[in-house]
Design a protein around this ligand. Structure first.
Ligand code: GUN
Length: 293
């Protein structure tokens, strides 16, 4: 069993981006600028956005955090998005999800200018991904592809089972793993809450991507000997032994699955840390106008 070490790998990727930023600045270019909009006070979202901002500072990006109260109307948020769309200094921006229930996430995603949509959530960018055109690959799928590639994991001809069909992870991951490229060329099965023979499906996976958001759901009996196991879960569960009062649990029961797998991501320290690399890479692409010119 080999650990897919998100901590070590994300440090390498960030160092590579930092070098590029230094080169841009040395050549008199514009400092890449990421803005993040945070609506309300969801604890997990606060943590994620704070981490995004901190990582921007570390690698030399400019960053802006736009905070809005949870009473913000959809129209007010749309006006803020339009401001960011028009701001020539902002290369890319994200609106942290989930949003309060009275705001349509789809309407918000469609309002972000595709060339600034460094989350890759706009239908145009999702469509471009499906067609294999240059686009912003969403952060979590980007992080997973980067791990597979940097650990030189064979994917061609393998059976990849994706558990979970979310717009953010499961759906794009299933598309990306079947593409005629590396990583890719898998035979992909996407499973969800209505899948009847979920355990059998998972047992036939050479590469199992667990993105269902149910802590420790994937136990050893779901996993084939020698499988590659990617755990996307990051659920907060109460743990009074921790200072924060919670522990982060993955979707995979690590202790019993790890001995059966050839490669496995830990939680924390796996996919989560890699996702930020996707966002930073996309912001760099946006600042270079590499996708939309
Ligand atoms: N919430 C959970 N993951 C993400 C993400 O990748 N981007 C945004 N904007 N919100 C999220």
């Amino acid at each position: 069993m080999q650990l897919l070490d998100g901590k070590a790998l994300s440090a390498i990727v960030k160092a590579e981006i930092k070098v590029q930023v230094e080169q841009i600045k040395a050549a008199g270019g514009k400092t890449p600028h990421l803005a993040a909009v945070l609506v309300g006070d969801n604890g997990a979202s606060e943590t994620y956005v704070a981490s995004k901002i901190k990582n921007c500072e570390e690698i030399g990006f400019k960053s802006t955090l736009v905070r809005m109260p949870d009473t913000t109307s959809e129209a007010e948020l749309l006006r803020e998005i339009e401001k960011l769309n028009q701001d020539p200094d902002v290369d890319g921006f994200i609106v942290q999800l989930p949003l309060p229930a009275h705001i349509s996430e789809n309407r918000i995603m469609e309002a972000v200018a595709p060339e600034k949509d460094v989350d890759g959530f706009h239908p145009i960018n999702v469509g471009r991904m499906c067609k294999g055109l240059p686009t912003y690959i969403s952060a979590t799928p980007f992080g997973i592809l980067e791990m597979l590639e940097r650990y030189k994991i064979q994917t061609a001809g393998k059976h990849c089972v994706v558990v979970g069909r979310s717009q953010i992870v499961g759906l794009p991951m299933s598309v990306l793993m079947q593409r005629n490229t590396y990583p890719g060329n898998c035979t992909v099965t996407i499973c969800h809450s209505r899948t009847q023979n979920l355990k059998e499906m998972c047992q036939s996976a050479d590469i199992l991507i667990a993105a269902l958001g149910r802590p420790e759901f994937i136990t050893a009996d779901y996993v084939k000997e020698g499988a590659v196991v990617i755990d996307v879960g990051i659920t907060r569960v109460a743990d009074l032994t921790k200072k924060s009062g919670f522990a982060i649990k993955g979707d995979v029961k690590f202790d019993e699955v790890a001995p059966k797998s050839s490669f496995i991501t830990p939680v924390p320290g796996g996919v989560g840390l890699m996702t930020i690399c996707g966002l930073l890479t996309n912001t760099l692409l946006a600042s270079k106008k590499a996708i939309y010119g």
